[in-house]
Design a protein around this ligand. Structure first.
Ligand code: SF4
Length: 477
């Protein structure tokens, strides 16, 4: 029996097929079309929404936006590849109605409208809210580092530059000494001119490098920054993320009900500390709630942030890392000391009372030390507690952390929920969507890029939950 042969390419059709025949009713491009067509692109901040009265007609931003949403949904992010898809991909041909913008037009559109993509992301979040896809009870906040267009070798920290200049000065002093010694020798017995010329070349090369590093150090001192990146000046070396090297810090707040992203932001702050309250507060506005629970990992632990959360109506859950000099030396951790807020004293593992003995400051907070020198002197537990006498510190506003610790102790499972909730979007974005690195340079551009990534993730997730026809209906309402 013969194989299936297909149809003859040169055969004319009696009833020709239309492009529409190739795109099924549940094809995501039909939703992209419906979603973008109902957006107010002018309000969202897109450029050139109104066509010019004269001159060569340009592309409608709606068509280029559709092209980008399609691309991010299908792991096609580069402008050159999007141009190629517009020529050969039947879904794209359907979506942009045979338009074939070149890669420069496509790239310029993304650069010129970078801020507007965030508005489109928010519009889709509002659509999901209309479909009741958010639980609006628990948000999991997490950050990941995504590579920037900046090689590690083109990033310099203040410490590196200072050390480089110190070593260069040492080498220069050594070579100059050798040069002087060579000159003296030449005067007496005749030295080799070639050797001296080579030494001079080495000195000039080191001096040139030293001057360039010095200029960067001066720039850092003037700007107050800690590091400088030469290819993408906004990117930062992510100290502990050796795989990422130089990149950006991407923050997301994910609703626990269906793991949809409610809020996303890209910054170049190396640590997550201090980012919980602003991320959750922005998410609350989008969700239209006045109170919400939020959980994050210990990297976010900062008393000012926990206080800000309480004031904003956020019930925060953050685990505290058990550390500090006493623990590192193998002594009792602070948790072994029980605080009595009524009496304002600590009770130590030996049952002794530690009273306030000193007030100081820890960053912006008042810190109080508690101790009982007399009790420590003859204490049998002293080898497990301290070398001399033990003092335990407490911030004046630490009650906010006590309340959070009590909440966490009552709901230890919430940390597992955090992991399950945030790992889904980040896993999907990095593995399935292949976004391990940004394509553009500068913070504002990568923000635009990530807005499209988060939008594509949410669309994909909502299609799984509601289906394309359901989303089309909701977009039309
Ligand atoms: S050494 Fe001092 S603080 Fe530590 S258990 Fe003994 S009495 Fe308490």
């Amino acid at each position: 029996m013969a194989h299936l042969a297909g149809s003859d390419r040169s055969q004319l059709m009696l009833l020709p097929e239309t492009v529409d025949d190739y795109v099924g009713p549940d094809n995501p491009v039909r939703f992209i079309e419906a979603f973008v067509d109902q957006l107010d692109l002018q309000t969202a901040g897109f450029a050139r929404v109104q066509a010019k009265a004269t001159g060569r007609p340009g592309y409608d931003p709606a068509d280029l936006l559709k092209l980008y949403i399609y691309g991010y949904l299908n792991r096609v992010r580069s402008s050159r590849r999007l141009e190629a898809e517009a020529h050969r991909n039947i879904e794209v041909i359907w979506l942009v109605r045979h338009l074939k913008p070149d890669h420069k037009t496509i790239a310029d559109f993304r650069r010129d409208n970078r801020a507007a993509f965030n508005a489109v992301f928010r519009e889709f979040v509002l659509l999901c809210r209309q479909l009741d896809l958010f639980g609006r009870e628990l948000l999991a906040v997490d950050g990941t580092r995504i590579k920037a267009v900046n090689n590690k070798d083109r990033n310099f920290t203040r410490g590196f530059l200072t050390e480089f200049i110190r070593l260069a000065d040492e080498r220069l002093a050594k070579y100059l000494q050798r040069l002087d010694d060579g000159d003296a020798q030449e005067e007496h017995v005749g030295g080799t001119r070639g050797g001296r010329d080579k030494l001079k070349e080495k000195i000039a090369a080191i001096q040139g490098k030293r001057d360039r590093h010095k200029a960067m150090l001066v720039e850092l001192e003037q700007t107050g920054q800690d590091q400088i990146s030469l290819t993408d000046p906004d990117s930062r070396a992510m100290a502990r993320m050796t795989k990422v090297g130089v990149g950006y810090n991407v923050q997301i707040a994910v609703d626990a009900k269906h793991k949809l992203i409610v809020e996303q932001e890209v910054c170049n702050q190396v640590l997550d500390m201090g980012l919980l309250a602003p991320t959750v507060e922005a998410a609350m506005v989008t969700l239209g709630v006045e109170r919400i629970e939020a959980v994050a990992d210990k990297g976010y632990f900062k008393i000012e942030d926990v206080e800000a959360c309480e004031k904003a109506g956020v019930t925060a859950y953050l685990p505290k890392s058990v550390g500090g000099p006493a623990v590192r030396e193998g002594f009792f951790p602070k948790t072994a000391f029980r605080f009595d807020p009524e009496a304002n004293v600590f009770t130590c593992p030996a049952g002794q009372t530690l009273s306030p003995c000193r007030r100081g400051r820890s960053r912006d907070n008042v810190k109080i030390d508690y101790a009982n020198r007399a009790a420590c002197k003859g204490c049998a537990l002293r080898p497990r507690c301290t070398r001399t006498y033990r003092h335990v510190s407490r911030l004046e506003n630490e009650a906010v952390l006590d309340r959070m610790a009590a909440r966490l102790a009552a709901r230890p499972d919430i940390l597992d929920r955090r992991r399950e909730t945030v790992e889904h979007p980040f896993g999907t974005i990095k593995q399935w969507m292949g976004q391990g690195a940004f394509l553009m340079r500068r913070l504002e551009n990568v923000r635009g890029e990530f807005s499209l990534t988060a939008l594509a993730y949410n669309i994909r997730r909502a299609i799984t939950l509601v289906g394309v026809p359901g989303l089309i209906t909701a977009a039309g309402e």
